[in-house]
Design a protein around this ligand. Sequence first.
Ligand SMILES: [Zn+2]
Length: 423
Amino acid sequence: MGAMAPRNEFTEGFIDFLAASPTSFHAASAMAHRLDEAGFTPLDEKQGWGQVSGRHYFVRGGALLAWVAPEQLSGRAAFRIVGAHNDSPALKLKPDPGYTAAGWQQLNMEVYGGPLLNSFLDRELGLAGRIVERDGSEHLVRTGAIMRVSQLAPHLDRSVNDKLSIDRQFQLMPSFGLGEEPDIIELLCGQAGIGVGDLAFAEVLSYPTQEPAVFGNHEEFLASARLDNLSSVYPALVALERMTDSSDVAVLAAFDHEEVGSATASGAAGPILADALARIARGLGVSGDAWYAMLARSSCISSDAAHSVNPNHLAKYDPQTWPMMNQGPALKVNAQQRYATDGPGAALWQRACRAAGVPSQVFVSNNDVPCGSTIGPITATRLGISTVDVGIPILSMHSAREMCGTADPGYLSGELGAYWQGA
Ligand SMILES: [Zn+2]
């Protein structure tokens, strides 16, 4: 039994997207470029939308919402929503970040989300994000490899391999040069083409500069940063680009800030999706009671990376259910509703898998291991619509270098496309 999934065109496109998307801001921008090429029209949230049928999108910070809507809605039309998120755990630049220590140029950084901190050590990191000028204009910035957080040698810490503990303030600060007067803000402003005096705020995060790579006995694995959750965003993007006419409204919501709880203006717990649906419905002539009926007919597939079984840590998994790479996305189930999957949602998912002709499996937690959560329960709670949580199985979730199977993103894209197309 070898596997089955050497690199292919889909994988190559995914690698390009990963490389272009070091932060949520860059992911939203990369999505926008692709959607422009696929005939989508950008809309400005601050203006009236006018026509909302056809192919449209808008960007809010690190989030992007896109949809394909028919010219004429039937009385049975629904929203078919795919939710995902653009952000990942990282180190984030603090204000006035440069300082010196023992002749080193250092950067003062915060922890964004819940990274596997050790994976950020001994790794060449770059900086990327959004620079905002005093007049409100925004610029994306991205450096090459400029910094590193170096681990202490075992000679100086004999217990390091027994239990690694990392002080988040004093042992996570990257070094990016030698000598006096660190000039990182000048460097970022220079990238943005603005003067330092014009800078209002920098939302800049670390990113691992190592390129994504295919590996394994049969090239069946892909290693990269940010597979949680670009392994959902990219498959959904490709499926949306390929959408043909449908009687329902296909919506892709790629939120920001899932890794810090989603309760932000561009996160899933805010009104961004509900407001967009209301504006689309109004633009299509749906209002009053018909709006609530349309919501009640609607559904959501929340896609976020799942846990593949790790052969060195079997005790952490449900003893009967082991999600395997390259056997399709996992349907995520949890009795405490940390995942939103319910019966009608699971049925919808199975129809989509069957229509696409691709496999699926199940993830459920070991009862003694706390279960993570995702945007599914949040959107289900906000919108009250039937939701199903899925995601492709990955290993090393929240590491600076995660891994997945090369076949699974393509499978997921097929399933999401079948769902949008009416399965
Ligand atoms: Zn995630």
